[in-house]
Design a protein around this ligand. Structure first.
Ligand SMILES: [Fe+2]
Length: 516
């Protein structure tokens, strides 16, 4: 009884404090990520069966589920500040079984989402609110840790994320990921909408957050991950094929960068320490906790997969840049080859404060780094002139030499990605491009290898597209070898632009564990 009254008083104080302090936050009332097809949809779950193809025919050998996760802000903050990275994770998916198609969506029931739904207000600090020093100090640094101690039902810091960024399948389990949190388990029934399971701490062994882009080695089936934080720098870790956290190593970062993605080869892990740096001292200037320092070098850590100490890390240094997503990496003689979509610079605050934000203005471009382990030199080469990001390739070649990568491309005049390009590393050129059509945009595609495929590119690219003229969303399949159109099915609901997807085949779906 007394405990209940105490918690009620703390919550009341919390509500008043968040509301008062929100006045100090810079907010953009015309936020580009809260309108058009970035705007959220109703948080209710949906499952629709027997979808009818609008065009083309469904390939006979395409069976499984395509799931894509993205942000769906369901409860607004008092400050009205919002960054694209802040929304609660919602999965949109297409299930293909027995030549029938179903669509479903599910708002992931993280502890954060459930508490905000229960109290009908925002309870956690958003990335987009980190624009004022006073707010950061009072709310994020002082109040939130104290509140976590005072309220028994508040989740751990690494379990208050949104699960909104990407999906991974490992150890017969599907997880939604968010780089500030642990993986959040999902379960996909044989035929039905995906369900929320809960956070996975790997039997208590994972004490930190985990990247949204872990890499499952196609040969050893081990899952490699990174975890970074202003508190401890960067850790690389490995999870066994059976889901046991085997080891983790602090790589000895000297500064505190944002590290969204990394890469692996057969024997190495590559971490990009790029100069988008955690610099609260620059908050007044950047209106964001991360400051892009164009005068600082990019640093690259090449870490043997077997490393047990930061002393084994091999460091390289090059010109400043920023990368969200790597494409693939592999070894050739003395060289480590890393491909990634490289920005000249990146301003994170623009994604919450620039009401005319456009991905086409300063896009990333596919780029290659060759790190020579013998003479410690780097050779850098721009691979694609046109802008693009969200690179995908054949998952069975992660860390091994691959020939093709599929990049979502964007024209300077567009706000979002309007085509997918196939880049051939051997020919060093774009060999195919598929435009989604007039007023039609998409994000990342997923590559689905064809059963009994005869070449690396033998398969399909699948994604959701959105026509901004008709306000209709569709699921599209194209042939990844020829780039010929296969089929399109209109979704009876709008599917907002999201982040990353995954395609699960029938065997992966049937073999899932129900829980961790
Ligand atoms: Fe990502």
């Amino acid at each position: 009884m007394l405990r209940g009254v105490f918690e009620w008083v703390v919550l009341l104080l919390d509500g008043v404090l968040l509301r008062v302090m929100s006045r100090f936050v810079h907010a953009n009332k015309k936020n580009a990520f809260l309108k058009g097809n970035f705007a959220p949809v109703d948080p209710s779950d949906v499952f629709v069966q027997d979808l009818v193809l609008s065009r083309g025919s469904l390939p006979d050998d395409l069976e499984g589920a395509y799931l894509r996760v993205g942000p769906n802000p369901s409860i607004q903050t008092p400050s009205k500040a919002y960054h694209w990275f802040d929304g609660d994770g919602m999965v949109h998916a297409i299930r293909i079984k027995d030549h029938k198609l179903a669509y479903f969506r599910h708002l992931i029931q993280t502890p954060k989402r459930k508490l905000e739904e229960r109290f009908q207000r925002s309870l956690f600090v958003r990335f987009g609110e980190m624009s004022q020093l006073w707010y950061v100090i009072v709310i994020a640094v002082l109040w939130m840790p104290l509140r976590r101690k005072l309220l028994s039902f508040m989740p751990d810091k690494v379990e208050e994320g949104t699960a909104n960024t990407a999906l991974v399948y490992h150890n017969r389990s599907l997880s939604a990921l968010h780089e500030a949190s642990r993986p959040f388990g999902l379960y996909l029934p044989s035929f039905g909408a995906v369900r929320s399971v809960g956070y996975n701490s790997y039997n208590g062994a994972l004490k930190t957050s985990m990247t949204a882009h872990p890499k499952v080695d196609p040969v050893t089936k081990e899952m490699f991950y990174i975890s970074y934080s202003p508190d401890y720098g960067c850790i690389v870790g490995v999870v066994s094929p059976d889901g046991d956290l085997l080891r983790s190593v602090d790589i000895g970062l000297e500064r505190r960068p944002m590290i969204h993605d990394f890469a692996i080869t057969e024997h190495y892990i590559i971490v990009m320490d790029l100069p988008l740096l955690f610099r609260p001292d620059k908050l007044r200037e950047t209106k964001d906790l991360f400051f892009f320092d164009s005068s600082a070098p990019s640093r690259y850590a090449i870490i043997p997969k077997s490393a047990r100490s930061k002393d084994e890390v091999i460091w390289f240094s090059g010109p400043s840049c920023f990368v969200f997503h790597t494409a693939n990496a592999w070894e050739e003689g003395d060289e480590i080859i890393v491909n990634a979509c490289r920005f000249e610079r990146f301003d994170l605050a623009s994604m919450s404060l620039d009401e005319n934000f456009s991905f086409g203005k300063q896009p990333a471009r596919l780029h290659q780094w060759r790190f020579n382990l013998r003479d410690k030199t780097i050779k850098e080469t721009g691979l694609m002139d046109r802008g693009g990001d969200f690179p995908v390739f054949c998952d069975t070649l992660i860390g091994r030499k691959s020939r093709f990568v599929y990049v979502s491309c964007i024209e300077p005049s567009h706000d979002s990605h309007n085509s997918v390009c196939k880049f051939d590393y051997e020919k060093k050129q774009v060999v195919n491009q598929y435009s989604w059509g007039p007023s039609t945009f998409a994000g990342e595609c997923s590559f689905v290898p064809r059963k009994n495929r005869t070449s690396e590119d033998d398969g399909y690219l699948v994604t959701f597209v959105h026509n901004t003229a008709t306000n209709k969303s569709s699921f599209i399949v194209i042939d990844s070898k020829t780039f010929a159109f296969c089929c399109e099915v209109e979704i009876p609901y709008r599917v907002p632009y999201g982040f990353h997807g995954i395609f699960l085949d029938e065997e992966q779906i049937q073999k899932q564990y129900g829980t961790f």
